[in-house]
Design a protein around this ligand. Structure first.
Ligand code: NDP
Ligand code: GDR
Length: 370
């Protein structure tokens, strides 16, 4: 039985990947950070009581900023595969916490690679590094492929650039089976609430259910190549099953503006929008509602731009070239953008319908901390 170790197991991708590897018969180990409240919502359905026999899912406390901790866990687990997904992954927040981001996202990768060398696991353990389309940053060429030059535009992307190259270097210098997956944006109902797609699907669901007035967003002109996280974790696994270690772009090849994503999300609840104004003055208004269960006043302003969400340096256009991953990995995504938006909207509408029903029935949970 193969053993995998996942850093960032409590995140969006960690959850889907753990579930995939368990289905494939792996023993899955994950590193979670200590927090003052439970932070395992996304993996609670996978939890196995450590007191039972034959446990296939094991969590370890740890942090990418702590070398001794990483060495100890890797020594104990002796993994066949490590998926380094742990990171401070929010681009805008990285402008507020650049040093921490460099430590966790950049040096954290070095710590994992060094642990493999120190423990003599160079010929045993394969490593997947969660690289990112943010490396392309300021557009040099489109579509972006494995050979497109990088031009990072945030402390996050600069830290990830270090991680990218140190992974390549350890592969070339020591023969470690270490690969970069250069993944373009991928989303899902498990996406963190402050990334733009989830912020939109949550906001749209609440507006359609009469629980929120307006959605405040930043740059609506940014274009992203969005796929579904469930498809992308399959690609991560495939990257480590090749004969030779190589780096791969994982993308759909289709790009969409934030504005069009908003229109698609509102479209799922039968609401049509019209946008007026430019830049920080742009607003979105309701022009029609076709589903009786989701009625919002025609003409109502439901989307507004708030300049506080603009970034000091923006990545305007991402569109990936999936040729290599389709040819060499035979990677076949199941979701297109419409399927992704549909999945996210169904999940968020259900979530807030339940919340509203509880409230209406008098069961609204009072904030336990008040
Ligand atoms: P999330 O933000 O959902 O998850 C990040 C995970 O990393 C969480 O489990 C988090 O723990 C953990 N983490 C954060 N800091 C540390 C640390 N110092 N030590 C150990 N663990 C830490 O990200 P995603 O699942 O979306 O992304 C997974 C990886 O892929 C990240 O590295 C991201 O940068 C990269 N990536 C993501 C893309 C995307 O579109 N989703 C595209 C390309 C790359 P906690 O839950 O405690 O916060
Ligand atoms: P990104 O994702 O920066 O591409 O990084 P995010 O969803 O945060 O932003 C995408 C684009 O939307 C614009 N935008 C907003 N973004 C947020 N978060 N909130 C807003 O209100 C808003 N309004 C407009 C942004 O300016 C940007 O252009 C994600 C992360 O998962 C990274 O870890 C990963 O490496 C990359 O995707 C690929």
């Amino acid at each position: 039985m193969k053993k995998a170790l996942i850093t960032g197991i409590t995140g969006q991708d960690g959850s889907y990947l753990a579930s995939l590897l368990l289905k494939k018969g792996y023993e899955v180990h994950g590193i979670k950070r200590r927090s003052s409240l439970f932070n395992t919502d996304r993996i609670d359905h996978l939890y196995q009581d450590p007191h039972e026999n034959d446990v296939k899912f094991v969590l370890h406390y740890g942090d990418l900023s702590d070398s001794t901790n990483l060495i100890r866990i890797i020594q104990q687990v002796q993994p066949d595969e490590i998926y380094n997904l742990g990171a401070m992954s929010h681009v805008q927040v990285s402008f507020e916490t650049p040093e921490y981001t460099a430590n966790a996202d950049g040096i954290g990768t070095l710590r994992i690679l060094e642990a493999i060398r120190i423990l003599g696991l160079v010929n045993k353990t394969k490593i997947y590094q969660a690289s990112t389309s943010e490396l392309y940053g300021l557009v040099q060429a489109v579509p972006q492929s494995e050979t497109t030059p990088f031009y990072p535009r945030s402390p996050y992307a600069v830290a990830k650039m270090y991680a990218y190259w140190i992974t390549v270097n350890y592969r070339e210098a020591y023969g470690i089976y270490a690969c970069n997956g250069i993944l373009f944006n991928h989303e899902s109902p498990l996406r963190g609430e402050t990334f733009v797609t989830r912020k939109i699907t949550r906001g749209t669901a609440k507006i359609a259910l009469g629980m929120q007035d307006k959605l405040y967003l930043g740059n609506l002109d940014a274009r992203r190549d969005w796929g579904h996280a469930k498809d992308y974790v399959e690609a991560m696994w495939l990257i480590l099953q090749q004969e030779k270690p190589e780096d791969f772009v994982i993308a759909t090849g289709v790009t969409t503006t934030v504005r069009d994503f908003i229109k698609m999300a509102f479209g799922e609840v039968g609401i049509s929008l019209e946008f007026k104004g430019e830049g920080a003055e742009e607003r979105g208004y309701v022009t029609a509602c076709s589903k009786p269960e989701f009625q919002v006043e025609i003409g109502k302003e439901v989307v507004a731009v708030d300049a506080r969400y603009f970034r000091p340096t923006e990545v305007d256009l991402l569109i990936g070239d999936p040729t290599k991953c389709k040819e060499k990995l035979n990677w076949k995504p199941k979701y297109d953008l419409a399927g992704l938006v549909n999945d996210m909207m169904n999940a968020d509408v259900e979530l807030f319908q339940k919340e509203r029903m509880l409230k209406e029935a008098g069961y609204a949970v009072k904030n336990q901390f008040e």
